[in-house]
Design a protein around this ligand. Structure first.
Ligand code: EPZ
Length: 418
């Protein structure tokens, strides 16, 4: 479990890499299988820790699940347990995504409160308020959300913050509610759209996914489609773009939808990274030395918070000073202290990090604290001269499928030690 990665940095990465299915699309889609009885066939499912946690969660509810490579079949004909217990939820906050589907289909759910995580308190109050407005009665008992609903009713729900999983939870619940549900200030992430497409293929009536107003007309029941192919992971794609940009590399990134990465691509180009769309994918070539660029994380289609730590690693060796503002989470700079150990010159004031580019980083032992921070340390290790040892890389395995294997195929000197 306490695997480590050893990286000998300083080489430019070259070659091609195929992006896996999106973690943040497949997790809500797997929860959505609870909305209908039948066999759901999902393709391009990334084999990563959070997916296996969701598999375990659904199995404990009675689902029968089979994996063949990156295809996964989920049989939800015999769901008999409506609980998501703390031991699983504490390892993956996205478990909260079963709340809406369980309430909508079975009228009851007992889901552990996620508890905090490294990047912030991450409350789920907006999920709960939304479901209560749809008629659910929800109490908090011994760390659990205990919810009941005879029949959820459509209504208009305004989100103070465009919460991604909050939007997904309410959208899923609304598919089987009575009448029309309107979500205002909804999250517009591509993963919300992929979930909506999956629900529509099951017979749901949804309009406006991808915009800030989503309308869902409740139906009596849903049925699984023949299959669903999960969209590519735009954050994994952005991570490999950053690796090419930071190591002066030349990488062909396949299975990526460039139109979902506009903000990232524009900032990369400002940093001197060359990005060309070819019929095989995105050809990304890094400059000799990146140029410092300011970024501010925003809800989609703004610069994604899930790319902030990776971009900061590239800015650590850029020419100039980069100001990085994190507006989504209150504590998403855990990677700063670790990057400093590699020689980065970064100062933090509240939610703003100022990165003064240095000529080079030097390898050292560092520790991963959360998923994207660990990706940031991998990028910094690939840049740094000498040996970098990254501890606690189970964080990395939560959100990246075989990242070390993909990096080795691009020429990285990297090995995993148990
Ligand atoms: C999703 O988390 C993603 N996870 C996160 O990716 C991503 O960083 C985040 O959206 C923002 O894009 C999945 O999709 C599984 P939010 P989510 O609800 O839905 C506050 C990764 O690295 N908020 O959009 O939990 C919250 O505290 C992960 O793959 C409330 O206050 O994020 C945060 O400040 C990390 N009350 C802001 O809203 C609520 O009820 C945005 O959170 C819900 C959220």
């Amino acid at each position: 479990m306490m695997d480590k990665l050893i990286i000998f940095g300083g080489t430019s990465l070259k070659g091609e890499v195929t992006i896996s299915g999106a973690k943040n699309a497949v997790l809500p889609i797997m929860a959505a299988t609870l909305l209908s009885s039948g066999v759901h066939n999902l393709r391009r499912v990334p084999r990563l820790r959070d997916v296996f946690t969701m598999v375990e969660l659904l199995k404990r509810m009675g689902a029968e699940i089979e994996f063949k490579g990156n295809s996964c079949s989920i049989d939800t004909k015999r769901i008999s347990n409506f609980e998501a217990s703390y031991d699983l939820v504490k390892t993956m906050r996205a478990s909260i995504l079963v709340l809406g589907p369980l309430l909508a289909r079975f009228g009851k759910a007992k889901v552990s409160l996620p508890g905090g995580c490294a990047i912030g308190a991450r409350p789920v109050n907006l999920h709960i308020i939304g479901l209560e407005k749809m008629g659910a009665s929800i109490v908090l008992e011994e760390g659990y959300i205990v919810a009941k609903a005879n029949k959820l009713k459509g209504t208009t729900i305004y989100f103070d913050i465009p919460t991604v999983t909050g939007t997904e939870n309410i959208m899923m619940a609304a598919t089987l509610a009575k009448g029309l549900t309107v979500i205002e200030n909804a999250a517009k992430e591509p993963e919300v759209v992929d979930l909506a497409n999956y629900l529509i293929s099951m017979g749901a009536k949804i309009r406006g996914a991808g915009t800030s107003v989503i309308e869902i007309e409740g139906v009596n029941s849903l049925n699984p489609p023949n299959f669903h192919e999960v969209i590519p992971d735009r954050i994994e794609a952005g991570t490999f773009m950053t690796i090419a940009g930071a190591t002066g590399g030349d990488i062909l990134i396949k299975n990526v939808k460039a139109e979902l990465l506009d903000a990232v691509i524009l900032k990369m180009k400002d940093a001197g990274v060359n990005i060309k769309e070819t019929r095989d994918g995105l050809r990304v070539t890094g400059p000799k030395r990146p140029i410092s660029v300011d970024i501010k994380t925003m809800p989609y289609p703004g610069f994604p918070t899930d790319m902030q730590a990776q971009f900061m690693a590239m800015m650590a060796i850029a020419n100039g000073t980069s100001v990085i503002k994190e507006t989504i989470f209150e504590n998403r700079f855990m990677h700063v202290a670790e990057l400093r150990r590699l020689g980065a010159n970064i100062s933090v004031e509240g939610n703003t990090a100022t990165v003064r580019g240095v000529k080079k980083l030097k390898g050292a032992p560092v520790m991963a604290t959360d998923l994207r921070a660990s990706a940031s340390l991998v990028i910094a290790g690939l840049i740094a001269e000498g040996k970098t040892i990254i501890d606690r890389i189970y964080h990395l395995d939560r959100g990246y499928e075989e990242l070390d294997r993909k990096l080795i195929s691009l020429g990285a000197k990297i090995e995993r030690i148990k």
